[in-house]
Design a protein around this ligand. Structure first.
Ligand code: DX5
Ligand code: ZN
Length: 220
C-alpha cells in the first residue's frame, strides 16, 4: 500500500483554514486534532469547525479526539461526515463498545495510544477497529521530537496485524519528518500524520511528496 500522508491542521494558520486546506491537495486526508484542555493541556476546535471544513474540502477528514469524554462526543463527529474518528484508549471505559457505535454511523474508527500505554491488551481486538494510532509524542502540541522508544510497540502491533491478515491502518503521529518517517515505516506504519513538516514548508505539496517518498520502503 502507498504510504498515506495526513497533514495536521494544528500547524496551519487557524484564521485562514480554507486557504490552508487548499495548499495540501497532495495529501490523503486532513488530520484534525480536537483537544479539550482536560485530556491534554491544550484547547483547539470542535464539531462545528469540522462541519464547516467538510463544506470547503473534498479531502477526507481524519479526526483525532484528545478529549476526556469520547463516549459523549465521538458519535457526533461520525454523524457529521468525518471519514474516520479516532479516540484515546485512556479516555474511555469500553473502547470496543464506542468503536461499534462509531462504525454504525458509517465512519472508520481508530484507537489511539499515548506513548506510555501498552498495546498488549489490544492485539486481539484488531478486528474491532479500522485504524490504530501509536502516538510518537505526548499528545497536546505540534513541533515535538519523535520518540523512537515507541517503535517496539508499533512493531508488535504490525506483527499482530500481519498475522491476522488484517488491513488495519497503522498510524503514527508526532515528530514525523523525512528523517523519522523511514523509522516508523520500517516498523510497520502505513499512515503518517505530519503537522509542522507540512505546514512549516514553503511548498506543502512538495513536503507531502517528500514524506511519501521517504516512507516508501525498498522492495524486499
Ligand atoms: C499532537 C497532535 C499531532 C500534531 C503533530 O498532539 O496529535 O497531530 O499536530 O504535529 P507535528 O507533526 O508537528 O509533531
Ligand atoms: Zn493528532
Amino acid at each position: 500500500m502507498r504510504p498515506r500522508i495526513h497533514p495536521s491542521i494544528l500547524s496551519a494558520d487557524f484564521v485562514n483554514l480554507e486557504h490552508e486546506v487548499g495548499r495540501i491537495a497532495a495529501s490523503d486526508a486532513i488530520h484534525v486534532d480536537v483537544m479539550d484542555n482536560h485530556f491534554v493541556p491544550n484547547l483547539t476546535f470542535g464539531q462545528p469547525m469540522v462541519e464547516r471544513l467538510l463544506e470547503v474540502t473534498t479531502l477526507p477528514l481524519d479526526i483525532h479526539l484528545m478529549i476526556d469524554d469520547p463516549d459523549r462526543w465521538a458519535p457526533g463527529f461520525a454523524s457529521a461526515g468525518a471519514a474516520s474518528v479516532t479516540f484515546h484508549a485512556e479516555a474511555t471505559e469500553d473502547a470496543v463498545r464506542l468503536a461499534r457505535v462509531i462504525r454504525a454511523k458509517g465512519a472508520f474508527v481508530g484507537l489511539a495510544l499515548k506513548p506510555g500505554t501498552s498495546v498488549e491488551p489490544w492485539l486481539d481486538q484488531i478486528a474491532e477497529f479500522d485504524l490504530m494510532l501509536i502516538m510518537t509524542v505526548e499528545p497536546g502540541f505540534g513541533g515535538q521530537s519523535f520518540m523512537s522508544e515507541t517503535m517496539p510497540k508499533l512493531r508488535s502491533l504490525a506483527d499482530a496485524v500481519e498475522a491476522a491478515g488484517s488491513d488495519l491502518l497503522l498510524q503514527v503521529d508526532g515528530g514525523i519528518t523525512t528523517a523519522t518517517i523511514p523509522i516508523a515505516a520500517s516498523n510497520g506504519a502505513n499512515t503518517f500524520v505530519a503537522g509542522s513538516a507540512v505546514f512549516g514548508a514553503d511548498d506543502p505539496n512538495a513536503a507531502i511528496e517528500a514524506l511519501r517518498t521517504a516512507a516508501t520502503l525498498p522492495e524486499e
